[in-house]
Design a protein around this ligand. Sequence first.
Ligand SMILES: Nc1nc2c(ncn2[C@@H]2O[C@H](COP(=O)(O)OP(=O)(O)O)[C@@H](O)[C@H]2O)c(=O)[nH]1
Ligand SMILES: [Mg+2]
Length: 161
Amino acid sequence: MPPLIFALVGKTGHGKSMTANSLSASDHFLADDGFESVTRDISSLLYTVESGQQFLCLDMPDVCDTRLALPERDTRMSKLALKAPYGLDALAFIIRKVRMTEEEFTSISQMEALFGSDVWKHAIFVFTHCAATSAKLEADLAKLGEEHILNKAIQKANGRA
Ligand SMILES: Nc1nc2c(ncn2[C@@H]2O[C@H](COP(=O)(O)OP(=O)(O)O)[C@@H](O)[C@H]2O)c(=O)[nH]1
Ligand SMILES: [Mg+2]
């Protein structure tokens, strides 16, 4: 069975590396609050779960940082193409729940521009810094309203949050 390939995207400090460690049951990915740890490269790890299925996890630097010059954002995306030349099976959007800003929402809409309109078919939304139950998370999302960019994106992703 070929490995399933997925990438973690989202803003720096929102918990991509920590989620990558949890999923792979490793401490391979450097999870840190320190600014120095901010990396421009993709960290990757191939791991096998109990069923024997292999996963290739790609921990991405922020590709939606609007402060970055376009060539740097392109470089980050092209590094992904090198790591996964045949594309991704899934894309996990890591969102720090306690700090959902407008910029965060804008970066969700940018995903379609970066990864194409099919992106939602492969998207999974992961909320970090979220001690609440899933019912509370659902209630908080509902408060944003159906037309909210985040709820529309989750809807397009078939509710995978
Ligand atoms: N309390 C809490 N801390 C988290 C969670 N996810 C990440 N962190 C912490 O937030 C900081 C940034 O996480 P990191 O994975 O490095 O973020 P990245 O820049 O997106 O890779 C680290 O100090 C993590 O330990 C979470 O769900 N809850
Ligand atoms: Mg990281």
